[in-house]
Design a binder for this molecule. Structure first.
Ligand code: FPP
Length: 241
């Protein structure tokens, strides 16, 4: 899809994935606890979903909590869980009004029963909406996702519902948490780090990467447009490497 933005015709990526990094440093700069950075960061998530929707993005996927994040101090993990809980609650109320479909990827069974219940409720309540699809990666790790996919495939082969000779890239994709979603066209990582950190490694194989020094709590619509402008400057040779 093409849109005129600031006098320029830009191709809008259908799917944008974001590694929201820098909440801790943002708070530290203000002599505040890391958790304060996450609180601000969660407010930015809401704004960016709205901005992405306005720009015509169809899928927005964010790395909200990784399989590694459990190693952080208990207080910080608790704050993140509380923020996610509040966000899910709020979303159950607002998703239909905003015509937003919400999906969670990751191993959700390690999350609290309360959170799991809300995730299921939210996915169910929003599944018929055809506006932007907002996907949250929660207790997500790409290696874990691929191992879970392989386990499911193996058990289907054993059960006789999948033939070994039918295993292809397409089959594998159907076993990933992202089954049915297009691969991201653009991946944004904030705060100057240039790593994938176990995020959607299969799905990002051909994605354009945009790195910015802006810390996540400072990210806004203008920064999102900069990332889309960068995407437009890339020579995307479909079918080539
Ligand atoms: C990275 O910053 C950010 C995270 C580990 C969590 C991201 C979570 C949120 C933005 C809030 C909740 C999300 C939703 C969907 C409501 P960091 O702590 O690693 O920052 P640092 O690198 O500066 O320490």
């Amino acid at each position: 899809m093409e849109r005129e933005i600031n006098g320029k015709i830009l191709t809008i990526p259908e799917h944008i994935a974001i590694i929201m990094d820098g909440n801790g440093r943002w708070a530290k700069k203000r002599l505040m606890p890391r958790s304060y950075g996450h609180v601000q960061g969660s407010k930015v998530v809401e704004k960016i979903i709205r901005s992405a929707g306005e720009l015509g993005v169809k899928y927005l996927t964010v790395y909200a909590f990784s399989t590694e994040n459990w190693k952080r101090p208990e207080e910080e993990v608790n704050t993140l869980m509380k923020l996610l809980n509040n966000y899910l609650e709020d979303c159950i109320k607002k998703c239909n009004k905003n015509n937003m479909r919400v999906k969670v990827i990751g191993e959700i069974h390690r999350l609290s029963p309360e959170l799991q219940k809300k995730i299921i409720e939210l996915e169910e309540a929003s599944k018929q909406n055809d506006g932007i699809q907002f996907t949250m990666a929660l207790n997500y790790g790409s290696r874990d996702e691929m191992v879970r996919a392989m386990r499911k495939m193996t058990s289907d082969v054993k059960a006789g519902t999948l033939k070994e000779e039918d295993i292809s890239e397409e089959t594998f994709e159907r076993y990933l948490d992202t089954a049915g979603m297009p691969d991201p066209d653009l991946m944004i990582r904030t705060s100057g780090e240039e790593r994938l950190s176990n995020f959607m490694m299969w799905q990002l194989a051909y994605t354009e990467f945009y790195f910015t020094d802006v810390l996540w709590p400072d990210f806004n619509k203008a920064e999102l447009i900069k990332a889309i402008e960068y995407f437009n400057g890339r020579d995307r040779r479909f079918g080539a490497v």
